[in-house]
Write a protein that binds this ligand. Structure first.
Ligand SMILES: [Zn+2]
Length: 72
């Protein structure tokens, strides 16, 4: 049994995020801040984490919370 990776809380508002998935020409995954009143800045991490692999989405979300996703 693989251990699920931990999601860091949203650094903008401190809310616990959720892993979302949908289909867009194939499976898509992204982690979103679960604050219903979140400011737009919370969603930057959501767009940054968007990809086709859930583990990668979690990794990218955590990376964004650590370094702000400033790299290109
Ligand atoms: Zn947030």
């Amino acid at each position: 049994m693989m251990q699920r990776k931990r999601l860091k809380p949203c650094k903008t508002c401190g809310t616990k995020p959720v892993l979302e998935h949908w289909a867009s020409g194939g499976p898509m995954y992204a982690v979103r801040c679960n604050n219903p009143d979140r400011p737009d800045s919370c969603d930057e991490a959501f767009y940054f984490s968007k990809c086709r692999n859930p583990d990668e989405a979690i990794r990218k979300w955590n990376e964004y919370q650590e370094n702000g996703g400033t790299q290109s």
